[in-house]
Design a protein around this ligand. Structure first.
Ligand SMILES: C=CC1=C(C)c2cc3[nH]c(cc4nc(cc5[nH]c(cc1n2)c(C)c5CCC(=O)O)C(CCC(=O)O)=C4C)c(C)c3C=C
Ligand SMILES: [Fe+2]
Ligand SMILES: [Fe+2]
Length: 349
């Protein structure tokens, strides 16, 4: 008999509203995660509740106000739209869950069980192409915790889809999303990835490797050591995309955005945007392949803030390439990456 499967899409999550109170609650939950701020509990508590959140919550609330829609946070709305698009393609229960805020994995599991009480398998699809302790790993561990703690209720197996930074279907869907924008005249294409503290990188990238900071790991350590290495993975995504799109080496570069504190991966996107016009780069394209759905970090930080600083520094044109969101190639790719799409039937004759 065929196994009854369900798909669970997982993303980072947003505050419930743009009020400072809701943003404060969200930031506290987010930043008290030890996989995000990797300090002992008391030090983390004092730093987050005493310094970061009080200062950041009003600023973040304002940033969210600039991108919020009638239906809510773009990240949540777009993840729901992705769920709806996938339901058109796959006859199976599909729900969404978030690492911070709502909906909690428990709520998502219950919704799946309501639709299929005899469920055999839930396939968890973290919507992160790259592995980072602060994104993919914490999301998976959060769902696993809920699953393990309630095994008597959850009789199904839980299968986790690995990060897909080099999966041909992801690369093809990203290339398809980027291709129309490359028709316009541009001086440079900037790949801006969400940053992380360099100390969060996989061990092969530690500072004892000469010249490793800010460089592709492949320059400094054996490829066999790169399992779950964020920097290696983002440079691989970049290499595969630029090969697929035939973008010459002198036309693109990589940078890291959204830093919070010292020692984050370099070069920094905001510094590059300020410097580029002075280096003769006047027409810029910018893309952010670490995000599959548009969110605060793409809409507010890149599409609005990044543009302002590039133009203020002397840039002439700045085009942000939106995330894949519900692009048909991407919706189709998810089925193949998660292995829920049935292999095409072999045609007789
Ligand atoms: C792409 C994956 C992500 C990684 C890796 C990541 C690491 C990381 N983030 C913070 C701090 C913040 N990030 C914030 C927003 C945010 N981050 C991601 C993804 C990754 N973060 C997304 C998709 C979003 C947008 C959420 C939305 O609602 O649209 C925020 C909140 C907003 C703000 O105040 O800037 C913080 C804070 C750290 C510290 C970190 C690694 C250690
Ligand atoms: Fe983040
Ligand atoms: Fe590495």
């Amino acid at each position: 008999m065929q196994k009854k499967k369900a798909l669970l899409l997982m993303n980072l999550g947003s505050p419930d509203s743009t009020s400072v109170k809701d943003v404060r609650r969200y930031l506290n939950e987010f930043l008290m995660d030890p996989r995000v701020i990797d300090k002992p509990w008391l030090a983390r508590f004092l730093l987050v509740k005493g310094i970061i959140t009080p200062f950041r919550a009003p600023k973040s609330a304002h940033a969210y106000q600039t991108i919020w829609t009638k239906e809510g946070s773009p990240l949540i709305v777009l993840t729901k739209q992705l769920q709806a698009a996938l339901k058109e393609l796959h006859d199976m229960p599909i729900e969404i869950t978030m690492r911070y805020g709502n909906p909690h994995p428990k709520v998502a599991f219950e919704k799946l069980l309501q639709q299929a009480p005899d469920l055999d398998e839930v396939i968890l699809f973290p919507l992160y192409p790259h592995y980072a302790m602060s994104s993919y790993e914490t999301a998976v561990e959060y769902v696993k915790k809920e699953y393990e703690e309630n095994r008597s209720r959850y009789k199904f197996t839980l299968t986790v889809v690995p990060q897909f930074f080099n999966h041909p279907e992801y690369i093809q869907a990203m290339a398809d999303a980027m291709r129309p924008y490359l028709q316009q005249e541009y001086d440079h294409l900037l790949f801006s990835y969400h940053g992380i503290p360099a100390r969060h990188l996989h061990q092969c990238d530690q500072e004892n490797i000469p010249n490793s900071v800010g460089k592709p790991c492949s320059e400094s350590c054996p490829v066999s050591q790169h399992q779950n290495c964020y920097r290696y993975e983002v440079y691989e995504t970049t290499r595969l995309l630029t090969e697929a799109l035939r973008i010459p080496a002198n036309k693109y570069s990589v940078s890291f955005q959204s830093r919070l504190g010292k020692g984050w991966l370099e070069p920094f996107t905001d510094k590059r945007l300020e410097a580029m016009p002075g280096e003769g780069i006047k027409k810029l394209l910018i893309v952010s392949p670490a995000f599959v759905s548009d969110c605060l970090e793409t809409l507010e930080e890149l599409a609005i803030g990044g543009k302002e600083s590039f133009i203020a520094a002397g840039g002439e044109s700045y085009t942000f390439i939106p995330c894949m969101n519900t692009n048909p190639t991407w919706v189709n790719a998810i089925g193949n990456i998660a292995a829920i799409t049935k292999p095409a039937a072999i045609q007789a004759g």
